[in-house]
Design a protein. Sequence first.
Length: 367
Amino acid sequence: MTRQELTAYIESILPADREAMDAARRRQAELAKPPGSLGALEDMSIRLAGIRRTPRPRIDRCRVTVLAADNGVVAEGVSCAPQSVTVQQAVNMTRHKTGMSALAAYFGDDVQVVDVGIRTPVPCPQVLDRKIRFSTGDIAAEPAMTEQEALQALSVGLDLAHMAKEEGIDAVGVGEMGIGNTTTSAAVLAALTGASVEEVAGRGGGLTDGGFETKKRVLRQALALHHPDPGDPVAVLAAVGGLDLAAMTGLFLGCAHEGLAAAVDGYISIVAALCAVRLCPRVRDALFLSHASYEIGYRLAARELGLEPCLLLGMRLGEGSGCPLLFRILQGACAVLDGMATFPEAAIEDGYLAPIREGDAFTVDKS
């Protein structure tokens, strides 16, 4: 993929269907319930109508797609886990033996694991081989990848979204597996927003105080070395990102293009979502945040997107583990929009609600 081809693809991404959203909003107002009493479920159903381009959307088939890659920056001592965990867990996901895949198996969701940059061959045919290179470079000493490799990774994500659409998937959860990727995500978030290292760096899978100081030092070194242009997400990904992040960015773009609901998992996933929105603001219409990651930078990325997570569970596993939980909420939002009776259908006179509809009697004071 070239820059020009990426630009053309982005220009072809449609905004959410406002007519479908308006129709869903009108139906919500007619359902036999106090106005706004289903809270965020009502808003979700309307947003789903827009991205699915139908007034009564359905979310039947769901898939968690995991982009797996290694990160050269691990050589700097920024992770407590050995790099071999990446390939081991990628394989374990195909066997439903990780946190995310156990949840997905329980709920009947598809799991798709894709190798875009694991540093070794993967001895598992169930892992889809889209390897671009064997690991990225060490961002403290060199760029993570070339611009062409970043574009290639983006293209992989676009193709995976198209594959999902062709296979009848309605919602895609965007997950990852790659030791060291909280470091690359922090670097990308700092580069995009101008935030300090302290605002974006957390302890990842669990670092000692000394390891955490090393991680912050490495981030400062990488950002000072590369000075990536915050207005160019592709250049940011190439300089300080990861192949997983770049492919996830492409997958978010692709979901918006294909009219698929995109479930954002934790820290790495939300940074990729922010990259996609910076490339194309219309992608935001397709995004649904699952849980609020415990990583400090997550809150910054969510503010940048202007979106709120659905779940507060103190999770920080990654993998896409929040996505199977979010799928159930999205399905619930569709179920009430489609299945509830309207006031006439329920044989209820709704005139008593007129004064309430004119005011705002249900807003909770959160001050």
